[in-house]
Design a protein around this ligand. Sequence first.
Ligand code: HEM
Length: 443
Amino acid sequence: MSEQNQVKLELDDIQRGVLSPRPSPYAATYILFRIDDRRHGRELMRRASAVVTSAADSMSPLGETWVSIALTYHGLKALGVPQESLSTFAWEFRQGMAARAKALGDVGENSPEHWESPLGTPDVHVVLVALAPDSAELEAAIDRARPAYEALSGVKAIWRQNCHALPTETEPFGYRDGISHPAVEGSGIPGSNTLEEPLKAGEFVLGYRDELGGLQAPTPEVLGRNGTYVVFRKLHQRVALFRQYLKDNSTSPEDEELLAAKIMGRWRSGAPLALSPDRDDPALDADPYRNSFLYQKDDPAGFITPGGCHIRRGNPRDAAVAGVVRLHRMIRRGTVYGPPLPEGVLEDDGVDRGLMFAFVGAHLGRQFEFVQTEWMNDGVFFGADDAKDPVVGFSDGSGDFTIPRRPVRRRLLSLPSFVLTRGGEYCFMPGLTALRWLGDLTG
Ligand code: HEM
């Protein structure tokens, strides 16, 4: 029996949002709640546990609408989770994203004092994400659910962000997103890169062995098991600035597209440079092996896929640090917010648009924080000193990006920040049994 068959994930207790890919297209909404009265907060958990769907369910109690629930550290406290249990959660989670701002590179205009209220404040307790095939169905489901939470006077909805996935699955800069995801042992969901061995379940779900053989989960077991950590970040994208920068630094429309591909590591269609080095190849989208490629073996110096591009930083695959890469993988879900900037527009229209970035993983520190700080905000790991990610790295305008090329490399200078942090939270997404346990807390 292979080891994969030995791991039995309790899919009927894990929230669907953890492992299952999202449908496409879809409309989604994030609703944040503050708990002013713990009895009402517990009742919210009880009501939520009746509508949250598990990874084993093919049908949702709300029809086509799927709901996930997560809590911040302040949220767990507000529900009255005992201190001896609170102190078993990851220390990064206990501190919260705003407190980790300096480490994460959320400085200057990205710093928490500029975040959208109430993000990053102790008022954010519960994060509800609802997902439906379109916005009409989503609104209808929220309208049906509203009386259930509005009747609880001790719980207040304090923020809402609508988002969506377009049928093209492009993010606001125009790249196809949602391609790469790791295989998780025991989940039954195949990974997108057939060259990557499935990762141990404990990398993504608490209470199972991880890649280091460790078994992590907050206690008591009923609370920690089958839960995971979720990070969400509202990232504003300066689309006009991005387009203008590409235009100003290229010699022709074809060169502009090549530059866009070198920065991301993929052409706009999602075709990776690794498999299509010279031109975009949208037909690759239908190829089941479109994400099966390595870097170190075939392109160690980055002549095809630059070491500093976004996807090679996010997942260096078989890089010289191989083996270790497996400790820094993540399940990643980007959902677009705001209307697209019309094709060809190079002037900022002042509209807020970007990505609701979501991370899912059992190790906030060595997965999300490590990738953000060491791989996105630093270049030392591939020999580029402090060069930051050209897409998401914070830059004061002096950033640079090197594209290896023969006979001379190409360098992009004076890179501005194309992405701004509007805020975010570290959350714990409990299993379904844990949700009910939270609802039944007393005292
Ligand atoms: C507005 C901000 C961002 C944009 C526009 C963006 C865009 C993209 C796109 C288009 C892809 C390729 C699609 C895919 O491989 O599925 C991608 C992949 C990825 N991104 Fe981002 N991203 C953003 C923020 C981030 C952040 C903050 C992180 C991590 C801290 C991150 C980590 C990754 C990873 C790990 C991959 C997959 C790489 C692979 O497995 O090959 N991204 N991103």
